[in-house]
Design a protein around this ligand. Structure first.
Ligand code: NAP
Length: 291
């Protein structure tokens, strides 16, 4: 049994995955644009992740663009049978690195084919529709048109399961009228807890919740509370942040991102960190301070 088996498992669509996975966004160049500074290091991170037992990798063809998926293919293809690669569509990068909405039928169809080609897959296990009414956070607006396109691609056998990212509860409800929504991928971590109620609802409903920026994103979380708790438990602040998420709800699946094998090992070791109740209470208060 590897360390990350201690994180437990949860179903993503019809596949069971370990709750501690890996997010590949950090493998592209600075600003998630262009090639990484050290391609060999990026390949090594992916190989180490899978060798350590990771069987859930989150990616998108708009990371790079194309670069991250091509690195995943080079590092890991042919893929292990138990590996679930989750991707997302709905955005396109501008020549200046900007993140733009790409919701037309043509955009979404091309994005699915780009993912298939660059990952060298015949079918994508799970595709999240990345909602872009506001790139920085969930914003209301109908997703009927783009999700109908994704459901059509699902009927054609190119996509097995569908999820939503950057979604509001209303959009999740609307989406469920079009196709089964097996997961929601939104911004959430110890200090950013706007989705607390949504997580509780999804826990009751048995759907996966996959927090992006679990470590705080481009500027990792820093707080004296986190550091104090970590010091007492002989762990690192990042491990405490991940262990708190694992404890927060059983349907939370983690995809911490890193471009470093050393950080990857540190992050995966969080699976065996058990937080005492008093530490949980202290950490819960961080959200009140951040609010
Ligand atoms: N759906 C969406 O809209 C969306 C948006 C953003 C991200 N995502 C997905 O979510 C995944 C996770 O988000 P993320 O990678 O942006 O942010 P994150 O996991 O919250 O944090 C990544 C940052 O933390 C650093 N880091 C990682 N492990 C560390 C450690 N042990 N010690 C110190 N620093 C550490 C990384 O730097 P190093 O590289 O130096 O380790 C990087 O700067 C992404 O990879 C992507 O797959 C989805």
């Amino acid at each position: 049994m590897s360390i990350i088996d201690q994180s437990g498992t949860f179903d993503l669509g019809d596949r069971s995955v370990k709750r501690l996975g890996y997010g590949a966004m950090q493998l592209a160049g600075p600003g998630v644009f262009g090639p990484p500074r050290d391609r060999g290091a990026a390949l090594a991170v992916l190989r180490e992740a899978v060798a350590s037992g990771v069987n859930h990798i989150d990616t998108s063809d708009f990371y790079g663009p194309h670069v991250t998926n091509q690195i995943i293919r080079e590092a890991l293809h042919p893929y292990r049978d138990d590996l679930v690669i989750v991707t997302k569509v709905g955005a396109r990068r501008g020549a200046d690195g900007s993140w733009n909405s790409a919701f037309s039928r043509e955009d979404l169809t091309q994005a699915v084919h780009d993912n298939l080609r660059n990952l060298r897959l015949d079918v994508l296990d799970l595709v999240n529709l990345r909602i872009m009414f506001d790139a920085h956070g969930p914003a209301e607006g109908s997703i009927e048109a783009p999700l109908t396109v994704l459901a059509d691609l699902q009927r054609q056998g190119l996509v097995r399961h569908v999820g939503l990212s950057n979604a509001t509860p209303r959009q999740i409800a609307e989406g469920r009228g079009i196709t089964k929504i097996v997961c929601v991928q939104n911004h959430y971590n110890l200090a950013h807890r706007a989705d607390d109620r949504l997580i509780d609802d999804l826990t009751r409903e048995g759907a996966a919740y996959v927090p992006f920026f679990p470590l705080g994103g481009f500027t990792p979380l820093q707080s004296s509370t986190l550091s104090d708790v970590a010091a007492r438990l002989d762990a690192t602040p990042i491990q405490v942040a991940l262990a708190w998420l694992l404890r927060r709800a059983p349907n939370i699946l983690l995809i911490p991102g890193t471009s470093s094998v050393g950080h990857l090992r540190e992050n995966l070791a969080a699976a065996r960190l058990v937080l005492p109740d008093e530490a949980i209470e202290e950490l819960n208060r961080m959200a009140d301070i951040a609010a």
